[in-house]
Every structure is written in structure tokens, then in C-alpha cells.
Design a protein. Sequence first.
Length: 395
Amino acid sequence: MHRSPPRLITLTLLTALSALTLNMLLPSLPSMARDLAAREAVTALVVSGYMLASAVCQLVLGPLSDRLGRRPVMLGALAAFALASLGCMLAQDVAVLLACRVMQAVIVAGAVVSSATIRDQHSAVDSAAKLSLIASAMAVAPMLGPLLGGVLDVTLGWRSVFALYALMGAALWVLVWADMGETRAPGLPAPRWADAGALLQSPRYWAYVLCTAFSVGAFYVFVTGVPYVGAAAWGLSPAEVGLGVGSITGGFLVGAAFSARRARRLGTGVLLISGRVVSVVAVALALAVFAAGISHPVALFGLTVFVGLGNGLTLPSANAGTLSVRPALAGTAAGLSGALAMALGAVLSTLTAVAVERSATPTTLLVLIMGCVLLSLAAALVATRLERAAARVTA
């Protein structure tokens, strides 16, 4: 059991829980503030503070899984997550809530360790196909999370959200104990600082990381800016904006499904570049439409759906490439890549909020998205060129 590789569904559930933990409690923020007699700006730290803690945890847990193994790190993270969730559920003041919420961030190991586990077992191309399937969980979970959290808040109160987190953490601990054997090859030497330094000095690694970060960054820009733009330009309600946001997520699901089916036939390089080209062309068409004086939400959402499609094509291959630069350091590579993507997303979200506050127009939003997709395309081209060069050296 301790050496049998985990089923893909186990890794998918671990990844989904790491995504759900960020946003399922969003509808409960006002209830938390009222119940704990705290300002809403303070209770909002359960989101921003959690994101910062997640970035730090990825930097720590990835290398730790390279040193100790995937299985013990995942079991420890799930146990800590379940206990922290109970602490949040029982908190009687906002300080305890925030402290336990920060501890919850260890569940980000679900995404980091799952990616490393797949790379332990498969080639870069096969890893891209598997990661495409897991990426679907990363897309669906944020869509369903707030809906489920809102129902729980209305029917049982905000503490029930954390109770569900604790139950899910405990259930997955049992599942991991029974199903997730160690996949890091036995006998490998413990990673050294010099090994991590060599990874960080690899231009190929950074090209993949930047491709990932700016591809995800385009999504962060979109979801941050579109509520302001939709309301200012067309008077859209929050529900209508939510439907529009779902369009880009739907596009991602289609792209990820295509990657899962075609990665072995087309190769990661083709999918990496194709996804970036699709996104660039879609945003360019959208800018042309609005420059021609056609202003309608369908023109925005109907074309930005292809930004999601492009991300679904690109991200699994980019992640597989990131983990393949030094396969023995897959955990470190995954943790650092995830932390940088989250940090860049936070910066881009802030810049987008400032920009659309000054000019809440579709063109402003599309220009910001175009900047991200062009930078991700440049990084993808560099990564592909360096990958070919590395293949020639090893041939």
C-alpha cells in the first residue's frame, strides 16, 4: 500500500479541495463580521491573508515533499487542515479565526503534491494529459464553491462551511492513507540547496513559470475588472456578471479536455503555443470590435471565452514542462511555480482594480488582458526553443 501509486481521482479531489478552500466561504464574509463584531475589512483578511499564506506554504511544502516524500507531507497537511478548520468553526473572536484560517493554507499541498506525484510516474507528455484532467477540478471547484457556501450560510450559518472543510479534510486523510502510496523513487538522495539553486538558474524553468503565471494572470485580470466594467458600461447585475465570468471558465474546461485527449498525439510544445495564439487572437478581435464602436457584453464575453480555452490548452503543458526541467525536484518546482503565479495574480488584481477605477471600459480591461497574453506567448516561445535545444543536447 505504501508504494502503490494513487488513483487519479484521489489527486483530483486533493486539488479540488485546495481550490474550494479559497472561495467557498466568500458568501459568508458579512455573516462572520456580524457574528464576531468585526469590521468587514478585517474579516476580508480570511481571503487575502489566506492567499499570502498559501504562497508561503507552496514555497515550503514543495521542497519538503522532495525531501520527506509525497505521502507524509500530504497526510500531515490534511491533518493540520482538518484541525485548523475546526479551530475556525469554534472561533469566538476574529483573531482566532484569522490565525486558524492561515493554518488552513497548508491544504495547498493538495495541488503541489498532486502535480509532483504525477510527474514522478509519467513522462512530460503523459503528465500534461493527466494534469489536464486535474485542471478541470481547478476550474469546476471555484464555480461550485461559492454556490455551496452560500447555501450553507443561509441554512446552517457560516460555521457550517468550516465544519464541512473539517469533514472533507478528515475524509481525504483516510483516502490518502489507504490509496496514496509513495511515488518519489526510493534511494534518491535528499535534495541539496545547490540542486534547488540549479533549478532556479535554469532559463527553461523560468520560461515555463512565466508562461504559467501570465496565463493565469490574464484570468485574474478578467475576474477582477469585469464586475466594474460590466456595471459601468452596460449596467449588468452581479448575477449577469457571474454568468459572464463562467464563460471564461467554460472555455478553460473545453481546452483542458482537448489537452487531455490530444497531448500524446500533438505534444506539449504544440499545445503550449496554440493556446497562447488562440488567446492573443481572441483579445485582438475583441479590441477591434470595440474600436469599431460595437459595445455589447456578448462581444466581450463571447471572445474572452477563448482566453479560457487558450489557458486550458496551455497550462497543463506549461506545468508539465515546469516539473520536467529537474524531475527529482518536482515538488520544489511545483511549489515555487504556484507561489509565483499567486503572487503575480495578486499584483495584477491590484493593478486592474486601480486601472478600471479610473476608466471602467471594456477597452481598458482588454488592454490589460492583452498585456498578459502577449507576455505569456513570449515566454512560451522561449520555453519551446529552449526545450528543443535541451533535447538536441541529450540526443
